[in-house]
Design a protein around this ligand. Structure first.
Ligand code: LER
Ligand code: MN
Length: 263
């Protein structure tokens, strides 16, 4: 298990300074937001990351549109943007692209008694994932389904549901990332959710119960990390949270705390 942080959490005048600090504090990877800037800066980012002795763990979202929108042009935009970010992830040597199927409520109408909005969304998602999975496989980067919590989505909230989707699609490049903050709200047991995620789990987001840095809330990271060890997870766990206090002190302290929880 390797520690990473989202780039936006790290203080510094430029990318090089941020990466240098992360490496000095004991982080091994960095996660980038999937911005247009990132897509235009592949070689700069690759050399800066290499120079710091880090790896790009993942690209987090950043695509426009939505694959579950009723407007075909909005869906097309999402599919094109997601493919571009999967390609960028492969070029950066990252594990893959983090993908949330839909934020908020349904946008597709309820057609019951034929099919409810959620049933229609699931049908549509499976078709879209087949196409995205082919691209992911071709470039060699995972598309990582991220379950959120009930306050952020009506749709995909538990790791077990994501496993069902992966099994239905049947392409190993459609996989899962689990976020401790969302699991803390939605899962009856975080270790059990991780065990169910098993081989499909390729990335982790770290935040405590209050979405502050790990160690500033009451989530039990030890039992979660023990379950990750049990399933043989050897990927990155990236910080995605608010950083209290002076990040120059609290980011290294969080890394130390997380290493203690892993041992
Ligand atoms: C949103 O709450 C979240 O956890 C992000 O990783 C989604 O891109
Ligand atoms: Mn997350």
């Amino acid at each position: 298990m390797k520690l990473a942080s989202q780039e936006g959490l790290v203080p510094g005048a430029n990318l090089e300074e941020k990466l240098e600090k992360l490496a000095a504090w004991g982080y091994e990877g960095v996660e980038f937001w999937g911005s247009e800037w990132l897509l235009q800066s592949i070689s700069h980012v690759r050399s800066a990351v290499e120079k710091a002795g880090l790896k790009v763990s993942t690209i987090c979202a950043g695509y426009r549109g939505s694959v579950l929108d009723p407007d075909p042009s909005v869906r097309k935009q999402a599919v094109e943007d997601i493919k571009a970010r999967l390609t960028a992830a492969a070029e950066l040597g990252a594990v893959g692209l983090i993908f949330v199927p839909i934020f908020g409520g349904p946008r597709i109408p309820d057609l019951s008694p034929y099919k409810s909005a959620v049933e229609l969304e699931m049908d549509l998602l499976l078709v879209v994932l087949e196409e995205l999975g082919k691209h992911a496989e071709q470039v060699g980067a995972y598309l990582l389904l991220e379950p959120l919590n009930r306050y952020e989505t009506h749709f995909l909230r538990r790791v077990e549901q994501a496993v069902e989707i992966c099994e239905k699609v049947g392409n190993p490049y459609i996989a899962i990332m689990a976020d401790f903050f969302h699991m803390n709200i939605e899962e009856a047991s975080i270790p059990e959710a991780i065990r169910k995620g098993g081989k499909w789990l390729k990335h982790i987001h770290l935040a405590d119960s209050n979405r502050l840095l790990p160690g500033w809330g009451h989530t039990d990271f030890r039992s979660g990390f023990a379950a990750l060890k049990e399933i043989g997870f050897d990927g990155f766990m990236a910080l995605e949270c608010s950083v209290p206090g002076d990040p120059n002190e609290t980011l290294p302290k969080a890394a130390q705390y997380l290493r203690e929880c892993m041992s």
